[in-house]
Write a protein that binds this ligand. Structure first.
Ligand code: SF4
Length: 529
């Protein structure tokens, strides 16, 4: 559904801000690809773009791909911006640039919804999800696109049902320039982990699209040229288990109909390991990766952060079960918890070895607004001002330098090339071997796809296999893959491994932030106009 009943025409420029360099956006892998420049198409802005009145021309720019230009701003009558806390500086910069053209600028999305006071310069703050605030904003701009005298805050009280969401305007994004495709089925999570802002922002009772909407979105993504991997950005894919079970047969049908053109990935709680009926269907739908917020292998810490549901099965057993359905586990890990001890880093490294998980996003604890953690630390006087000098706004119980040193050591050891490639080797031998054997599709056999693969292989062989200083480790892995004819596995593992190795090296000497969420302003790069 779209906003309706608006006669006036307005030209809207939607600008998605650059990401600050971070572990989870894989930018070190991009030079090995055939032209990838950004992580995932942003769901929020593309959804708003699709919701705008049908007669409103929309231009979408992702500044991770190219900066909005003078011509873009001159074309527009109003500018929409959306993003996360980590993009705060860049969002404020877009506002400044748009104001230089005297354009009204509206901001929506998770960051402003949690922290409206981060954005004093914007003309319109859209707080909350798609709903009556969105209609109000559109109505105001239709009546008068000029900048209001003072900031207007519009807060959604009545949300649009997700079953009424239009298909995000994927056609406006240069989808081939993204590392992954993205799609959303549900929003919200029933749990209340202390550090997480999802329940506060999106509720504990997951809202859902219909399976038919998801099938239509997959068709559209495919039409727009997405092949390869598509990530369900849902906060917790099994937040509503029945809904997941309702959707999966549709995904299986879609994959069969299209010849398994897409590899699927999602985020889910580790207790998915207790649901073989879901895991089996996910295998059939060709899910190949699940991101699980394991957070810590320490049961006391899980209890303290109210993440007991991670202990419904022993963690290593849970990871192994998921692997047995052909799905690699990607894990979130947090350091700097109140329960951490001097030996926590070593325990974590032992867990990395035992779990054989190749990719773990290891972050320092950061308190996000609208979380129980934020409230508790505020009460305890342990919330620190973010002045760019620290990697976290939390006053840890252990000395800060000790926590950061431990994080750096963990990054350096976990992502030493020998260790990382050994974990990937395990995944090839065990996990990937359990995957559905899918047919080779005409798309995969097409010259365009073969050319793509050849470009990536050339880049990997040259930049890693010839110029890379860990080439001996690489070739040991690569020759094994080549002997088995597993070119796809070789490309995928090598690209991710390269990012992890390079990022971890920068991190271990203090050149990368220890938190994906902290706002280290000095790190943020803003593109030139
Ligand atoms: S399970 Fe995940 S999404 Fe849900 S509250 Fe915990 S961290 Fe947040």
């Amino acid at each position: 559904m779209r906003a309706e009943g608006i006669e006036t025409v307005r030209r809207i420029l939607c600008v998605f801000p650059r990401y600050t360099s971070s572990f989870g956006t894989f930018e070190y892998a991009y030079p090995l690809t055939d032209g990838v420049q950004a992580f995932m198409p942003p769901q929020g802005l593309l959804l708003i773009a699709a919701y705008l009145p049908v007669n409103w021309p929309v231009r979408f720019i992702d500044e991770n791909i190219r900066a909005a230009t003078k011509e873009d701003f001159e074309w527009a009558e109003a500018v929409f911006v959306s993003g996360m806390h980590i993009q705060r500086q860049q969002m404020n910069d877009i506002c400044r640039r748009a104001h230089a053209f005297d354009l009204a600028v509206a901001i929506g999305g998770p960051s402003v919804s949690a922290c409206p006071d981060y954005y004093p310069a914007f003309d319109y703050l859209h707080v909350g999800e798609l709903g009556d605030a969105t209609d109000d904003l559109i109505g105001r701009l239709a009546r008068d696109p000029s900048r209001p005298d003072h900031q207007v805050v519009l807060t959604t009280k009545d949300r649009v049902a997700m079953t009424d969401f239009p298909i995000p305007a994927y056609e406006l994004a240069e989808v081939k320039k993204y590392f992954l495709g993205s799609i959303q089925y549900s929003s919200g999570c029933p749990y209340q982990c202390e550090f997480c802002d999802i329940p506060g922002l999106y509720g504990r009772n997951p809202r859902l699209k219909s399976p038919e909407q998801i099938v239509a979105e997959l068709d559209k993504l495919r039409e727009c040229g997405v092949t390869g991997s598509v990530y369900f950005v849902d906060d917790n894919f099994i937040g509503n288990r029945k809904a997941a079970l309702d959707l999966l047969p549709h995904l299986i049908e879609w994959q069969k109909r299209t010849g398994y053109v897409m590899r699927l990935a999602c985020e889910a709680t580790l207790n998915i390991a207790k649901r073989p009926e879901i895991l089996e269907k996910m295998r059939e739908a060709f899910f190949v990766t699940i991101f699980c917020g394991i957070e810590t292998p320490d049961p006391d810490a899980l209890k303290a952060m109210h993440k007991d549901h991670n202990m419904m099965v022993p963690i290593l057993e849970g990871v192994h079960t998921i692997n047995s359905y052909g799905m690699e586990v990607v894990s979130g890990i947090i350091m700097g918890l109140d329960t951490d001890k001097p030996e926590t880093g070593d325990a974590l490294l032992a867990f990395v070895d035992e779990s054989q998980i190749p990719l773990l996003t290891i972050n320092l604890l950061q308190a996000l607004p609208k979380t129980p953690l934020w409230d508790r630390l505020e009460r305890e006087g342990r919330l620190l001002e973010e002045d760019g000098s620290r990697d976290s706004n939390v006053a840890f119980l252990l000395p800060y330098d000790q926590v950061v040193d431990s994080w750096r050591k963990c990054m350096a050891v976990a992502y030493a090339p020998e260790k990382l490639y050994a974990r990937y080797q395990y995944q090839c031998d065990y996990t990937y071997a359990q995957r559905l054997k899918v047919p080779v599709t005409p798309e995969q056999k097409s010259w365009a796809n073969i050319k793509r693969g050849l470009i990536m292989l050339r880049n990997i062989f040259w930049k890693v296999g010839v110029l890379g200083d860990y080439r001996r480790v690489f070739w040991k892995f690569a020759l094994g893959r080549l002997r088995r004819g597993d070119i796809e596995g070789l490309i995928a593992s090598s690209m991710i491994a390269h990012h992890l190795i390079m990022f971890a090296r920068a991190a271990s000497v203090g050149q990368q932030s220890a938190s994906n969420y902290s706002i280290r302003l000095r790190e943020a790069s803003v593109p030139a106009e």
